[in-house]
Design a protein around this ligand. Structure first.
Ligand code: RIB
Ligand code: CA
Length: 315
């Protein structure tokens, strides 16, 4: 069974991913060994609180370790406009009862990698600062990780700039360390995540439930949909992080191509861009990353909605 360590910046789409994962964990489809959080969509204190709160709401007992407050070199850019001041669509949930783990995110990654060498799958849905710090501390960590599924980057598009995606752009130095580490990485970038979204029409089954859990889901989904509408004129909830979570369980949801990928650190217009070499020869370096280029969007959307409905109906 997959032994999973998610690294998150919860965040609305992170929250949807966590609920999906908790349902899979309860059904014995994977084992979530712990969870690390980092500053990203909101400050790290809030991402930790949100992460613990979601695990609590889903009834799974997962230790959450607090990680980096800010990127390796530069200040953090949070996204309250997209995720709300509380990171969860201004739902302002009561604080969780459980406290964060007393180990740091780096320690949790290290400890689990030693406890389960070659068996640990990392899922990252956030800036890669925590993993980069761990790799800087001990580069041999890479050899103990089975694989990492990373939501971030893009081949043909960006979101925070024309060419850069938020998780990579928030800490490009960290992303470069991780991408160059030798870990077997699947990059779930915007090329595939922009193909998986819900519009209001897709939410009918949730609307029909009418309980507190369904209302919470609708509130956060509609909040982020409104933010996308203001930004792009298209009202929809893009399911970035849930897709990466689902790929951990069902890798055949996406088609990948192994490419040389590196992260631009210094371009005036391109900092944070994932530079993907698809020329079929590799003058830039070895093919180091499996880049997702196609996704079975319908299968994924049904799978995710079924999982969320399952959780909501149990409330
Ligand atoms: O670009 C999408 C990513 O940035 C997601 O992880 C989302 O949570 C945001 O932080
Ligand atoms: Ca995220």
């Amino acid at each position: 069974m997959i032994k999973l360590l998610p690294d998150v910046d919860t965040g609305i789409d992170d929250a949807l991913a966590l609920i999906f994962l908790s349902e899979a964990h309860k059904q014995g489809q994977l084992e979530i060994l712990g969870c690390t959080a980092v500053g990203g969509n909101v400050e790290v204190e809030q991402t930790v609180r949100n992460t613990i709160k979601i695990w609590e709401m889903t009834g799974v007992d997962i230790p959450v370790a607090s990680g980096a407050e800010r990127p390796l070199l530069y200040p953090l850019n949070t996204s309250p406009f997209v995720h709300g001041d509380d990171g969860l669509g201004n739902t302002f949930l009561p604080p969780p009862k459980i406290s964060p783990s007393d180990v740091t995110a780096t320690d949790m990654i290290m400890r689990l990698s030693h406890q389960f060498p070659g068996k640990l799958t990392l899922l990252t849905t956030a800036p890669l600062t925590n993993l980069a710090v761990a790799l800087l501390q001990d580069p041999s960590l890479a050899g103990r990780i089975c694989e990492a599924v990373c939501m971030g980057g893009g081949v043909f598009t960006g979101n925070v700039s024309a060419v850069a995606e938020a998780n990579i752009a928030n800490d490009p130095e960290a992303a470069r360390i991780v991408f160059r580490s030798g870990i077997d990485i699947t990059m779930i970038g915007l090329d595939v995540t922009h193909q998986v979204f819900w519009e209001e029409n897709d939410l009918k089954a949730l609307v029909g439930i009418g309980n507190e859990r369904a209302d919470f889901l609708l509130q956060i989904i509609r909040y982020i949909s409104g933010a996308y509408e203001k930004l792009s004129g298209w009202r929809r909830c893009v399911l970035h992080d849930p897709l990466a979570a689902a790929v951990c369980l069902y890798p055949d949801l996406v088609k990948t191509e192994k490419c040389h990928v590196d992260v631009e650190l210094s371009g005036e217009l391109t900092r944070g861009m994932t530079v993907v070499d698809r020329r079929g020869r590799t003058p830039l370096g070895e093919e180091n990353i499996k880049v997702a280029l196609e996704v079975d969007a319908e299968r994924f959307k049904i799978m995710l909605m079924d999982s969320l409905l399952g959780w909501a109906q149990g409330g």
